[in-house]
Write a protein that binds this ligand. Structure first.
Ligand code: ARG
Length: 374
């Protein structure tokens, strides 16, 4: 099922392609040691085609290597130890939104893998020389709707009210629960936006229970197993792939210390504290902190119990430090955003807190980059 909305004609066009910069990125890409296996004239051929036509065609191998490096380069990601394990679905040949939605369903199935989450990237058509592109407007393949109520409160995930408004304007109607999965929104090169209901059997979810608190299921909390980011451009060697959903597995704190606890998300700490009979009369009773720890225990416990891969923040931080050391041993820097790799709870208990890192480098390519326009 799908519906269409045309882009307003006054909408800003994508910025003009800077060919000089793209040629430089192409040169730099094929000069990387990881590309040493390419044929000797590959760099020259790619460069010629890029100069002549404004773009060029990667091999699947080049995209896979480029994407692995884009992950390895991503300063905000604490999970980078596993960059080599990223696999690719090459969907560049697809030419319509329904076909691309189908590729996203295959991605969900292959990546979820019955709970044994696999790191996966699906790549659709690159932006063409005129800046035309297919693009996923949804921030992730799976997101919960947030319905604005007249009194200003939100039913569901307040982080997704804009996407929910858009889906509703397109004709989508959710069931009206706090965890309705939003449809996938795909914009075509012509500017039409299509929506596709995510097949429910592909959305693995985990009901949140607690190892000791028998009342926890009464909160009726759950979360989806797969974090599949879908609104970042993949930039490789002067070519941009705007359609490039990718996933790893969750770190528990993303759910327990952000999605379910931030005051501008599900804001569950007061309800949990009340069930725990904590004293909420003052900040210094630390009711928030106590509730937060129990919520995070519940998330990790529930994912593990239902057989869905997840990592706790202590293990993730240790793995990241191992990664940084391995990179140093290979003679590479590891640009890192300290504020992002430290977990949102108990950061001082993890090794990432007690050291500094190479500073982030926004010019580094290949890269997963946030879009100029959304
Ligand atoms: N923080 C985002 C979320 O909670 C997901 C970002 C990617 N996370 C990951 N583990 N790969 O949905």
């Amino acid at each position: 099922m799908r519906s269409v909305l045309f882009r307003r004609p006054d909408r800003a066009a994508p910025p003009p392609l800077d060919l000089g910069r793209r040629l430089r990125e192409c040169d730099e890409f094929f000069a990387l040691p990881e590309l040493a296996g390419a044929p000797p004239d590959r760099r020259r051929r790619a460069r010629d085609e890029l100069r002549r036509t404004g773009t060029y065609t990667h091999t699947s191998d080049e995209i896979l290597i480029g994407a692995q490096l884009a992950w390895r380069n991503h300063a905000r990601c604490v999970g980078r130890k596993f960059w080599k394990a990223l696999a690719l679905i090459d969907a560049r040949h697809l030419t319509s939104a329904p076909e691309l939605a189908e590729a996203c369903w295959q991605h969900l199935s292959a990546a979820t893998n019955g709970g044994a989450i696999r790191c996966l990237l699906t790549v659709g058509p690159p932006r063409d020389a005129d800046g035309r592109e297919f693009r996923i407007l949804s921030s992730q393949l799976i997101r919960y709707a947030g319905y604005r109520r007249p009194d200003g409160t939100v039913l569901g995930d307040p982080g997704n009210t804009r996407a929910t408004d858009l889906a509703q304007r397109l004709g989508w109607r959710g069931a009206g629960t706090p965890f309705d999965v939003l449809p996938l929104l795909i914009r075509t090169p012509e500017g039409a936006v299509h929506w596709f209901e995510v097949p429910p059997e592909l959305v693995r979810e985990v009901d949140i229970e607690h190892p000791e608190f028998g009342w926890f299921p009464e909160l009726e909390l759950k979360w989806h197993a797969l974090p599949a980011v879908s609104n970042m451009d993949l930039e490789i060697g002067g070519v941009t792939y705007p359609f490039a959903p990718f996933n790893g597995w969750y770190m528990g704190a993303e759910i327990g210390a952000r999605n379910l606890s931030d005051t501008d998300r599900y804001d569950m700490l007061p309800a949990i504290a009340d069930r725990m009979d904590l004293d909420r009369s003052a900040d210094r009773t630390m009711w928030r902190d106590q509730a937060l720890v129990e919520l995070n225990r519940a998330v990790l416990y529930s994912f593990q119990r239902s057989g869905v891969r997840i990592v706790d923040h202590h293990t993730a931080a240790r793995q990241f430090c191992e990664h940084v050391e391995r990179e140093a041993a290979a003679g590479r820097r590891c640009p890192t955003d300290w504020t992002w790799v430290n977990p949102p709870l108990s950061s001082g208990l993890t090794p990432t807190f007690h050291r500094y890192f190479d500073p982030p480098d926004p010019e580094l390519r290949p890269a997963f980059a946030h879009r100029a326009e959304s």
